[in-house]
Design a protein. Structure first.
Length: 284
């Protein structure tokens, strides 16, 4: 640990790095920033180099479950345990949108990507998605400078009736596909143990990849066509896409609840209850 950020009495539930604009190199002395979501419904922005909090906003009445920056770093998207999604400006500290489409079910994923196809039929240069615990995924097109946010697609994935509550079920996870534009990948509790590749242009599932169990974490490589999946039996799987023999790895002592590729695609970070592992992927 090289730096420690200020301690809060509230629990930090999620965090994200602020992205740098494409083609812009960091200036000498320029600080990196992280945004964190807390159990009291606050969103806090920290300077890493100065190890101090620069901004605190309170866009939610419930605990935060997901947070991310827009692709240009000009907006913060946050999702709560009550299913509400807020869009806030770190420049002004104001919340400009509150979206209630997922109300009633905790937000599990928020992800932004630069708009990949003009023919998707929405204005703006950014796509973003929200997934919730009830197996619903919404996809949006946005132009934050013009204050536009338009629903592009709404996905709802069926599942058998479960005797237990949502908290005990595998999470609903979704991600835009870096190597196949206009496609998103979904994993979650359902009728089958599988990863689904859904086309936003064709409005249909293109293909399915069978899995050994319901996934507990998901990450797609930005450098090569394969994805990492974590499972509840301490298993990590690297799956070539669209087809190929998967590679399975042990090493964790519990459920692999986090997979995250580095931007280069050459390293993979995974986490379980008491272990954080960094994997080298020289062939990526």
């Amino acid at each position: 640990v090289t730096r420690s950020l200020p301690i809060s009495l509230q629990s930090c539930q999620c965090l994200a790095w602020k992205p740098r604009p494409v083609g812009v190199w960091p200036r000498p002395g320029e600080s990196q920033h992280v945004v964190a979501g807390y159990s009291d419904g606050t969103v806090r922005v920290f300077s890493v180099s100065r190890t101090e909090m620069e901004l605190k906003m309170h866009p939610h009445a419930a605990a935060l479950t997901a947070v991310t920056y827009s692709t240009d770093g000009e907006m913060i998207l946050s999702g709560g345990k009550d299913g509400l999604v807020a869009v806030s400006s770190p420049r002004t500290g104001m919340t400009i949108h509150v979206l209630a489409d997922h109300k009633g079910s905790p937000i599990t994923v928020l992800q932004c990507t630069r708009k990949q196809y003009h023919e998707l039929g929405v204005e703006g240069g950014e796509l973003w998605l929200a997934a919730s615990s009830d197996r619903r995924v919404s996809v949006w097109g946005s132009d934050w400078l013009q204050d536009k946010c338009e629903l592009l697609d709404w996905l709802s994935f069926p599942a058998p009736a479960g005797p237990e509550g949502l908290d005990s079920l595998p999470p609903s996870l979704a991600a835009f596909c870096p190597w196949e534009h206009g496609v998103l990948v979904y994993v979650g509790f359902g009728l089958q143990k599988e990863a689904l590749f859904y086309s936003l242009r064709k409005k249909q599932v293109l293909r399915k990849i069978s899995l050994p169990a319901f996934a507990t974490s998901l990450s797609l490589s930005p450098a090569a066509p394969f994805m990492a999946l974590g499972f509840g039996d301490r298993l990590l799987r690297l799956q070539p896409c669209p087809a190929g023999a998967p590679q399975d790895y042990a090493g964790h002592d519990d459920t692999v609840h986090l997979c995250r590729f580095a931007p280069s695609g050459r390293r993979l970070l995974t986490a379980s209850h008491s272990a954080v592992l960094v994997w080298e992927l020289p062939g990526a």
